[in-house]
Write a protein that binds this ligand. Structure first.
Ligand code: URA
Length: 229
């Protein structure tokens, strides 16, 4: 990670304060003063501030139940950021692994471990996301087969990856996908002549949402590991 990020993760300094310290020459990496805040460092390096060894706080891994009319961003926009429900220190260090639309509810994973979130969100990992979908019209008989084969989303050159559809009621289905393109689920149902009226993410990578709306909890070690493979 960048040196300024490491200094933030191991002190209570803001990013601006960390950069000032680094540029003033009081931060050393393996005994050498470093004034470049963008230098890449590793946790195994011995990093000191005014000769005191810095130890980075451990990564955090969180599950939060997103309500509707909130946004997956660190700052408020038209709707409030869902970080307002995360009453913990240094929450600005955290980011969301796989955003949901403002009107979508359900499971959101939040972390400060960039490698872990990249693993969850990149499509080649095949990390499953399960959505409960409410539809405006009864689902077509052949939709499950179409999703299995892949459908053509507007503006995309390639078919979607194979997805699994389970019909609960004619207008309520469970959809399991491994991609996370912009408005993916809504665009997939549009591609088969339907319209999403409600969308709720129930699970990611086999870990199921089990906290009430607006509540959060830390993931267990087993869950963190499960989502790493
Ligand atoms: N697909 C969508 O269309 N919206 C979401 O919020 C998540 C997946």
């Amino acid at each position: 990670m960048r040196l300024d990020k490491f200094v933030c993760k191991s002190t209570d300094l803001t990013r601006t304060e960390a950069v000032e310290k680094i540029q003033s020459g009081v931060v050393s990496v393996n005994g050498t003063p470093i004034q470049d805040e963008a230098k890449q460092v590793h946790e195994n390096n011995c990093i000191t501030l005014n000769s005191s060894i810095l130890v980075a706080r451990p990564f955090r891994y969180i599950m939060l139940h997103k309500p509707a009319d909130t946004i997956c961003s660190n700052i408020d926009e038209v709707y409030p950021s869902l970080f307002k429900y995360l009453d913990i220190d240094n929450s600005s260090e955290l980011h969301i692994a796989g955003r949901l639309d403002a009107d979508t509810t359900g499971m959101v994973l939040i972390t400060d471990d960039g490698r872990w979130s990249y693993h969850i969100t990149r499509p080649t990992t095949l990390c499953t996301k399960v959505y409960r979908v409410g539809l405006s019209r009864p689902i077509n008989d052949n939709a499950a087969e179409q999703f299995k084969q892949g459908v053509q989303l507007q503006g995309e050159s390639q078919l979607t990856h194979p997805a699994e559809l389970v019909v609960l009621h004619p207008k309520e289905v469970l959809l399991t996908i491994t991609q996370g393109k912009f408005h993916q689920v809504k665009r997939m149902f549009a591609a088969v002549g339907n319209r999403v009226v409600s969308l709720h993410r129930e699970a990611i990578g086999g870990v199921c949402l089990d906290v009430e709306v607006k509540q959060w909890r830390y993931l267990s070690d087993a869950e963190i590991l499960q989502l790493s493979y």
